[in-house]
Each structure stands twice: as C-alpha cells, then as structure tokens.
Design a protein around this ligand. Structure first.
Ligand SMILES: NC(=O)C1=CN([C@@H]2O[C@H](COP(=O)(O)OP(=O)(O)OC[C@H]3O[C@@H](n4cnc5c(N)ncnc54)[C@H](O)[C@@H]3O)[C@@H](O)[C@H]2O)[C@@H](O)CC1
Ligand SMILES: Nc1ncnc2c1ncn2[C@@H]1O[C@H](COP(=O)(O)OP(=O)(O)O)[C@@H](O)[C@H]1O
Ligand SMILES: [K+]
Length: 505
C-alpha cells in the first residue's frame, strides 16, 4: 500500500480568530488588497450562493458595528440588485461603524433607487416587515470579545424564534470563533458563510449545533500566509482511501497482533479482531490468556490464536510478557493492545513489561490506556510509533495536568501528543487526531452514532489494520475514522433503525 500523508487542502484549514485577523492584516499590508475589497469578495460570494440556491424576496439584516456587518451590507446590495428588499437593523446604531462598513452603508443607500431599503438605527423601534423570507446575521464575527448582552441578546433570541432561515456571516453571532463556546446566547443558523478560512469554533463544542450548513468562501489570501495553521478538517473529499492489494503471502499482506480480551471481556477482543480482519489483512493474530482460548476458537475461525500461560489463566499477568514478546518477534507487523484487557494489577505490570520491550507500531486502546495511566511514565521504546485512542474519560486520566483539560480538549490533545511523541486519536464530538508534530485533525460528522459500547473496539481494530498495512500513524487514524463514517452512511441509507457497532465492521 502506498504510504499516504495527511496534507489538507487550504479549504480545510481551520483558523482561530487571531490567525484570521493576522492573515487579513498581512493581506491588506503586504499584498495591498484593501479591507474594502476583501469585504466585497466575501459578501458577493455569499450573495451569489444565496441567489443560486434560494427564491428570496425580502431580508432582515441584523448588523453590529464591525466588519461582520459590512459583509451583511454587501450581501444586501447584491440582493437589492435582484429585487430582494432589505430591512436593516443596527444594534449599536450606525454612527460608529468600522470604516469599510460605513462605506458599504453609503454605497447600499446609493444603490437603492426604488426605495426598497428600510433602516432602523436601534433595536427598540424595529418592526419586522409584514413579509420577509430570510434573516442575515451580521452582528458579530471573529471580533466577539465578551458575552452577548442587551439588544444583541434580544436580536439573537428574536431571530432564533422566527421560522425563516437565518444565514450567518462568517460565524453565527455568539459562538466563540476559537472554542465553539456559546457566549451566553448564539444564533442558530441554517447556513453559515465562512470567509477566507473556516473558523475553528464552527466545529468545536456547541459549534456544530449552531452553524447549519457551512459554506466556505475563498478570499484572496496568499497560501503562504496560512502556514501557521496547524488544525485541519478531516473528510473524504481530500483523503483518498487507498484500497489494500493482496500480497504474495499472508505474512507480507499485513499482520496485526492483538493483545486483548480477558474473562468476561472477550467481546471487545472479538469485535476488534473482526474489524481488523475485514480490512483485508493477511493475518490477524490474537494473543490471549489460555483460559479463554475456547471462546475464541468458536467465534473467530479466521483469526490465528496464540494462547499464553496455563488453562487457569483468565487474564494477562506479569509473567506472560516474555512469551508474548517471543510471539511478537516472529513476524513483522503492528500491534493493537487493550480492548477488554481488564484492570488487574498483574495486567498493569504485564502491559509495562511488554510495551517497554516492543518496537512494533502500536495502537493502545481501552483498558490498555487504563494500565498506562497507572504508570509513572509511558513505557515506550524511543523510536516506536504509538497511537493512543482515549475517549474523554481516558484522556482525563492520561493527562495529569487538569488545567490543560479545563482549557480545551483540542489544546490538551495537541500538547499531550507533542510532549509525549505519540499520536492521539481522541474520541468524542468532534473526534480529534493529534500528532507529535503538533498538528490536529477534526472529524466533520456526527460521531454520536458511534456512542454504543463496542464501536471503540471496531475503530481500534481498523486503526490497527492500517498501521499493519504500513500506513503512518496519523493516516491510520484518519482511515479508521472515515471507514466508520462510510459504513455509517451506508447503514443510514438502507435502514430505518440505529446501527449497532457490528454494523461498522
Ligand atoms: N478585512 C477584514 O478584516 C475582513 C473581515 N471580514 C469580516 O469581519 C469580521 C471581523 O470584523 P471585526 O474585527 O470588525 O469584528 P466584528 O464585526 O465581529 O465585531 C467587532 C465589533 O463588535 C464589538 N463587540 C465585540 N464583542 C461584542 C459583544 N459581546 N457585544 C456587542 N458588541 C461586541 C466590538 O467592540 C467591535 O466594535 C469577520 O468575522 C468577517 O465577517 C470579512 O469581511 C473579510 C475581510
Ligand atoms: N468511525 C468513527 N468515527 C468517529 N468516531 C468514532 C468512530 N468509531 C468510534 N468512534 C468514537 O468512539 C467512541 C466509542 O469508543 P469508546 O467510548 O472507547 O467505547 P467502546 O470501546 O465501549 O466502544 C464513540 O463515542 C465515538 O466517539
Ligand atoms: K455573524
């Protein structure tokens, strides 16, 4: 299989407010493309998309006093030219508008030759027109610095009560562009037009519930100004999933060792093994305590089983690591450790003993992560490549610095991956891949469908399979996630009920 790298196209770069503002500023100063021109391109591309998709007759434009309002006024001007009336409300009046927004207000007035424009200077006297068919949110964009209050709150609440669709400029008002946090209240948009670069907050925390459909509008920002970006949106539009090709022999078609499944927890090992096998590996080799072997004999006919210890061993113990390391040394390949391993003290020692002498590319999941969290240091051989797949609770246990946790999950994942040199696949909404180089990739779909017990095991099996095919850790994570997404979409197209984890195999 060809080794893929995760090089996101610029359309999938995610900017925080600071980076957005910096790129704006540099474009204006170094490229000499002025802010008015940028605003014109932003507003006109949103207007063009609206005119293509919708039958519109009269819009209510909710405007603040910054450049976000300017975008809205440009939209208003283009739509006016197409006989779409405009009622505009300035939440902070129109005396103190930013320069480009002021200029756009003057221009808009000049374009209104048929008296199709109504302007309210404050919220109090605003009276919605008898008939209007959409709302434009141009109140606050990346310039939001504090909680939404006063008339802005009233306008947000009013807009959210209306049955008409709301189209947000850049980011729904009230959503923090960096964190996706709702600052007291936020617009619920049907569509968000995001300008020049997608804002991080659209994809984090509460963002996905507020933004509706996201429409990315390109601005003339030179690509080299975007290189400070280190967060990307992951989707199948730019990740070609290379299909595995059969090798000469089972042992050169990808081999995955799985260390998993103690008594009472064999289901996790079974799910992970089946999931990995389904990707087309040459061999999946399940290493298990001998006491539970008979369960796997019955349930996993295609999987090679290598039992360790005696018939009375139902979980992994410290003394098994020698034998396990001997088995691991037999073939090249990757290792998945953790699903259903259990939490016995002797298992923690077994994990420490095994990992500290293992140099295979390794995925550590579930109880494997619990064991790691009991240890003072990660027992990692320097050059070995690890992927950890924590859910939010497991991430909490792994990262001792609780301050970091409070700050943001994205930041936590990034710093942990960087400082420990492992790749992290943090499960949750969104899923986040963090790499040792400090890059992060966010999922772009509803991961809630995966919240039933067992889908984590399926995911770990897939990630392990791609690692065994020789893919890089970050690419293996991306493939594993997107494979699940593909299976989910197929399921929802063909069934009415909710999928089970086994449907993602
Ligand atoms: N050249 C540029 O800078 C471009 C900017 N663009 C647009 O401009 C936006 C950023 O513009 P600005 O930096 O002017 O910022 P905004 O228009 O987002 O808002 C800033 C204004 O809102 C006030 N404000 C902040 N928090 C508030 C709160 N909680 N309640 C009430 N008022 C509050 C600030 O005092 C300031 O006056 C982007 O989101 C985008 O929509 C686009 O037009 C593209 C080009
Ligand atoms: N294909 C996928 N894409 C995105 N997220 C996924 C995918 N598969 C699993 N997940 C994530 O994994 C979580 C389930 O894993 P986990 O909580 O460890 O439980 P378990 O191991 O019991 O299944 C889901 O809530 C979801 O966040
Ligand atoms: K907005």
């Amino acid at each position: 299989m060809v080794k893929e790298t995760l090089d996101a196209p610029y359309s999938h770069y995610l900017f925080d407010a600071e980076l957005s503002q910096k790129i704006d500023r540099r474009t204006i100063q170094e490229m000499e493309i002025d802010g008015f021109t940028l605003m014109e391109i932003a507003g006109s591309s949103a207007a063009k998309a609206l005119l293509e998709d919708e039958e519109l007759t009269h819009g209510v434009y909710l405007c603040g006093k910054g450049n976000n309002a300017g975008d809205a006024l440009v939209v208003g001007r283009y739509l006016l030219q197409h006989h779409v009336d405009a009622t505009i409300v300035f939440l902070s009046g129109s005396d103190d508008l930013s320069a480009d927004t002021q200029k756009n207000l003057e221009l808009l007035k000049k374009f209104d030759s048929d008296d199709k424009l109504t302007i309210f200077e404050e919220w109090g006297p605003f009276n919605p027109p008898e008939e209007f068919d959409f709302i434009i949110d141009g109140m606050l964009g990346t310039g939001l610095t504090s909680d939404v209050r006063g008339d802005y709150t009233k306008a947000v609440e009013w807009a959210n009560r209306q049955p008409q669709p709301v189209f947000a400029m850049d980011i729904p008002t009230g959503l923090h562009a960096d964190s996706g946090e709702i600052m007291e209240c936020a617009i619920e948009a049907n569509t968000t037009f995001t300008f020049g670069g997608r804002k991080l907050g659209l994809y984090l925390k509460d963002g996905p519930e507020k933004t509706g459909t996201i429409h990315y509008c390109e601005l003339p920002f030179p690509n080299r100004f975007k290189e400070d970006c280190n967060t990307y949106l992951l989707d199948e539009s730019w990740i070609q999933m290379t299909s595995p090709t059969p090798g000469q022999h089972k042992y050169n078609s990808g081999v995955l060792y799985i260390i998993a499944g103690s008594e009472g927890l064999t289901g996790a090992a079974i799910m992970a093994a089946k999931s990995a096998w389904a990707e087309g590996l040459g061999a999946v080799i399940l290493i298990c305590p001998r006491g539970v072997l008979s369960i796997y004999e019955q349930t996993l006919p295609s999987i090679i089983k290598k039992p360790v210890g005696s018939r009375n061993d139902f979980h992994f113990k410290d003394e098994h690591s020698g034998k396990v390391l001997e088995i691991l040394s037999e073939k090249e390949g990757a290792l998945l450790l953790g699903p259903g391993l259990g939490r016995e003290q002797s298992t923690v020692q077994f994990v420490k003993g095994t990992l500290s002498q293992n140099n295979k590319p390794t995925v550590i999941d579930a109880d494997g992560l619990w064991c790691l969290a009991q240890l003072e240091h990660l027992p990692k051989v320097n050059e070995s490549e690890w992927i950890l797949t924590p859910h939010p609770g497991e991430l909490n246990r792994l990262v001792p610095n609780s301050e970091l946790q409070k700050d943001s999950r994205l930041q936590t994942v990034r710093e942990y991956a960087q400082t420990t040199g492992v790749t992290v696949l943090a499960k949750g909404l969104p899923g986040i891949i963090g790499t040792p180089a400090g890059k992060c990739y966010l999922t772009n779909y509803n991961t809630k469908y995966f919240s039933r017990a067992g889908s984590g095991d399926v995911l770990a099996g897939k990630v392990g399979a791609y690692l065994a095919f020789g893919q890089r850790p970050d690419t293996s994570c991306a493939y594993g996630l997107l494979k699940g997404k593909q299976k989910l979409e197929y399921y929802l197209q063909h069934h009415q009920d909710l999928p089970e984890p086994s449907d993602f195999i």
